[in-house]
Design a protein around this ligand. Structure first.
Ligand SMILES: *Cc1c(COP(=O)(O)O)cnc(C)c1O
Length: 227
C-alpha cells in the first residue's frame, strides 16, 4: 500500500477477509470496492473479474481466505492476474496458509509482471509474535517496495528465528499433518452434531450452530481430549 497506492486509487477487495487489508487501504485513502463472497462462502470469481477495469490499481486475493477458509481455483487466480495485467493493475496474493492448502502460486511470478505474493511466519511456523513475513515479486516491484519501506523493518531476533525455522522443514510437515488430523476429528464431530460447515483449506473453519449445539460440541471435544 505504501509503495503503490495513492489517495483515490481503486482497490478490489473480496470480503469478508483479513482485516489488515482494509486497514492499510483506508490509511492510504484508497477507494475500496468490496465484493461479497457468495452466500455459500465460495469465491466470487466472476464478480471480481468483471469489476476489474482501467481504474483498478490493485486486486487483493487471499488464498485460502481468512476467516472463511475458502480456497480460490488456480485457474481463476490466473484469469484475474491476466486481466489485471492488461489494465496495469497489481494483484496482491496472500498465501499466509498455503502450507495447509498445499496450493501455491510462486511459479506465476515469472509469468506475470503484476503479481506480489505475501507470506508469514505467524501461522504454520507458529512465530506470530515475531511479526515477520515476506513478499515475493519481480525485481522491479521489490526494488520499489524496498524504497517505500523502512530500512529497519525487521529485527535481528526475528531474522535469526526465521532462518532457523525455515531450515526445519520436518517440523512444519509434522505440524501441518497434526493440524489436518485434528481438523478431521473436528469435522466429524461437527457432522455428528449436524452443525453446518463450509469447505475450508485453512487450519480453521466456519460452523453455524445453535447455542445448544455449541455446548454439545465443547462437551464432545472435551471427551475426545480426555482420551
Ligand atoms: C495471519 C495472517 C497474516 C499475517 O499476519 P502477520 O502480520 O504476519 O502476523 C496475513 N494474512 C492473513 C490472511 C492472515 O491470516
Amino acid at each position: 500500500m505504501n509503495t503503490y497506492i495513492e489517495k483515490g486509487d481503486e482497490i478490489i477487495l473480496p470480503i469478508p477477509t483479513f482485516a489488515m487489508f482494509k486497514f492499510y487501504a483506508q490509511l492510504a485513502e484508497a477507494r475500496i470496492k468490496e465484493i461479497l463472497y457468495t452466500s455459500n462462502l465460495t469465491f466470487p470469481a466472476k464478480k471480481v473479474l468483471t469489476t476489474i477495469n482501467k481504474k483498478t490499481r490493485l486486486v487483493i486475493l487471499c488464498n485460502p481466505n481468512n476467516p472463511t477458509g475458502t480456497p480460490i481455483d488456480r485457474k481463476e487466480i490466473i484469469q484475474i492476474i491476466d486481466k489485471a495485467q492488461k489494465y496495469n493493475a497489481l494483484v496482491l496474493l496472500d498465501e499466509a496458509y498455503y502450507q495447509y492448502s498445499g496450493e501455491e502460486c510462486l511459479d506465476l511470478i515469472d509469468k506475470f509482471n503484476n503479481l506480489i505474493i505475501i507470506r508469514t511466519f505467524s501461522k504454520a511456523y507458529g512465530l506470530g509474535g515475531l511479526r515477520l513475513g515476506y513478499a515475493v515479486s519481480n525485481p522491479e516491484i521489490i526494488k520499489n517496495m524496498l524504497k517505500a519501506g523502512s530500512p529497519y523493518s525487521v529485527n535481528t531476533v526475528a531474522m535469526y528465528a526465521a532462518s532457523v525455522a525455515i531450515d526445519d522443514e520436518d517440523y512444519v510437515k509434522w505440524y501441518v499433518n497434526e493440524v489436518k488430523r485434528a481438523k478431521k476429528i473436528l469435522y466429524d464431530t461437527l457432522a455428528k452434531l449436524k452443525i453446518k460447515t463450509y469447505p475450508t483449506s485453512g487450519n480453521f473453519l466456519i460452523g453455524i450452530g445453535t447455542v445448544k449445539q455449541t455446548q454439545q460440541l465443547i462437551d464432545a471435544l472435551n471427551e475426545i481430549l480426555k482420551k
